[in-house]
Design a protein around this ligand. Structure first.
Ligand code: GTP
Length: 258
């Protein structure tokens, strides 16, 4: 009987020793986890601080400059693809003819209305109004243009007030003076402020007959026109180049906007 108790006590002692050995091995394995194991990669909870994203610099509004940094896609304004309604007649439209002094505004309207050109420069004082009826769509539609030829001074509030209620505009620069081209946006800005929005416009590079002195050409005009959804022409009041086309195109665009 005594021997039996001794055997039981020995078995219990062996079991206890084995349990102690297994426990020690487990602890060693935990302490030696490889850095790549998921447990080792997880940062302690205190380290989970979400950093705010660094502030992005505000995009400053860049004034459009010529030449543009990227190619500009030039498309014909949508309305140009639609025909003028048949039988459209009896309408008269106010057109503002604007641009710097001496660019040829009076000469253009004289060429358009009277078919004449004069070399003399008679500075316009205030405003002259001339009218002409334009036939469109193979003469099945017509519109009378009341052309307000405005003195070329942007700083005269009296002149600017004459743009009021214009339904369309011809904005002119002189291709031999690039400053007159650079001033076009200012004229357009004044016009849009006065009429309270955008109106159909045709931009003209006039004096195209002076080819050798020209600083402004098709590329610049196209670019400027694309900024405003306008049409453009290189014209000459002296030779008549594209003058009729420019006024007819404006008439057509105004009718289609109606
Ligand atoms: P302001 O009345 O001062 O606003 O000038 P404007 O824009 O009405 O210019 P105007 O028509 O009086 O022309 C000025 C000068 O440019 C005149 O001597 C014109 O003969 C001349 N001119 C106008 N158009 C042309 C053109 O197409 N070719 C050439 N070579 N000269 C032109």
């Amino acid at each position: 009987m005594e021997a039996q108790w001794l055997i039981v006590a020995a078995v219990i002692a062996v079991v206890v020793v084995l349990a102690a050995v297994v426990a020690m091995r487990g602890r060693k394995a935990g302490a030696g986890q490889s850095p790549g194991s998921p447990e080792a990669r997880s940062p302690p909870a205190a380290a989970l601080v979400v950093q705010p994203a660094p502030a992005q610099p505000a995009l400053a509004a860049q004034p459009a400059a010529y030449p543009p940094a990227e190619p500009v896609s030039i498309q014909a304004p949508e309305e140009m693809t639609h025909p003028v309604p048949l039988g459209f007649t009896g309408y008269s439209k106010k057109v503002a003819l604007i641009g710097d002094g001496g660019v040829g505004k009076t000469s253009l309207v004289n060429r358009f209305v009277k078919g004449q050109f004069d070399d003399k420069y008679i500075h316009t004082i205030g405003t002259n109004v001339k009218k002409k009826t334009v036939l469109l769509n193979d003469e099945k539609a017509e519109v009378t243009l009341m052309v307000w030829d405005l003195q070329g001074q942007r700083n005269d509030p009296g002149i600017i007030a004459h743009m009021f209620r214009s339904e369309g505009a011809i904005v002119v620069c002189d291709v031999t003076r690039d400053q007159t081209f650079n001033n076009m946006p200012e004229w357009i800005g004044l016009l849009e402020k006065e009429v309270g929005g955008r109106v159909p416009m045709v931009l003209l590079g006039n004096k195209a007959d002076l080819e050798e002195q020209a600083l402004i050409g098709q590329t610049q005009l196209q670019y400027m026109a694309s900024r405003y959804g306008a049409s453009w022409h290189l014209t000459s009041a002296r030779t008549g180049q594209s003058v009729e086309e420019a006024f007819s195109e404006l008439a057509r665009r105004m009718v289609l906007k109606q």
